[in-house]
Write a protein that binds this ligand. Structure first.
Ligand SMILES: Nc1nc2c(c(=O)[nH]1)N[C@H]1C(S)=C(S)[C@@H](COP(=O)(O)O)O[C@H]1N2
Ligand SMILES: [Mo]
Length: 200
């Protein structure tokens, strides 16, 4: 398989892309909540996050503006582990991710369940810098980088698709770089959610 998704250009740089102002979030103030269609809503502090099982992943990072940065090293906690504790209700199929500062992005529950989707607090062996979304950001390496919400503060599970910030502006509802899902062309197929639901 090709290493670089279609239409992407590899950069040695690692640009910082933030829409609007960078929120200030001290590790001691950071809270994360998993809410919505779950049996057991949960809230974590930074200390709680560090006390959970940690995983390290090295992944390529693809921005929809066409740059790709290879081999980015992250460390954090699998979102899947948190979802196992929270126990999604059968009707949960989608999620809206919320960040400090007001940024949002939508994901399918099945995309959150991938084993390399993390709440990341460490980048190249150092605490995630503020401009990279520190203290904690979401990492969703198999989708365009706008899904990797910086300064993440919550994930809400839903039984329907609720679009996030860029998705409402016309970016693709899912954002798979291998299929060049950059912009939404035409209506979002209603079936794309229903067929993905585990419960029929
Ligand atoms: N909260 C928040 N998260 C965000 C963004 C943002 O503007 N605000 N930009 C997204 C986009 S478009 C990209 S390409 C990546 C960039 O991450 P980086 O700044 O660490 O390179 O963050 C994503 N996450
Ligand atoms: Mo981006």
């Amino acid at each position: 398989m090709e290493r670089i998704p279609p239409g992407q250009i590899v950069t040695e740089r690692f640009p910082i892309l933030t829409y609007g102002e960078e929120p200030e979030v001290a590790p001691g103030e950071w809270r994360f909540s998993l809410s919505g269609l779950v049996e057991v809503p949960l809230t974590l502090t930074y200390q709680d996050l560090l006390a959970l099982p940690q995983v390290e992943v090295v992944r390529d990072f693809h921005c929809v503006t066409r740059w790709s940065r290879l081999d980015v090293a992250w460390k954090g906690v699998r979102v899947r582990d948190l979802l196992e504790k929270a126990r999604p209700k059968p009707e949960a199929v989608a999620a809206l991710v919320h960040s400090y500062g007001g940024y949002t992005t939508n994901l399918l529950l099945e995309d959150l369940l991938r084993e390399d989707v993390l709440l990341a607090h460490t980048l190249f062996g150092k605490p995630l810098p503020p401009e990279r979304g520190g203290p904690v950001r979401l990492l969703v390496p198999h989708l365009y980088a706008w899904k990797s919400a910086k300064w993440v503060r919550g994930i809400t599970l839903l039984d329907h698709l609720e679009l996030g910030f860029w998705e409402r502006m016309g970016y693709h509802w899912r954002g798979d770089p291998w299929r060049e899902e950059r912009f939404q062309e035409g209506p979002i197929p209603a079936a794309s959610l229903r067929f993905r639901s585990k419960k029929t």
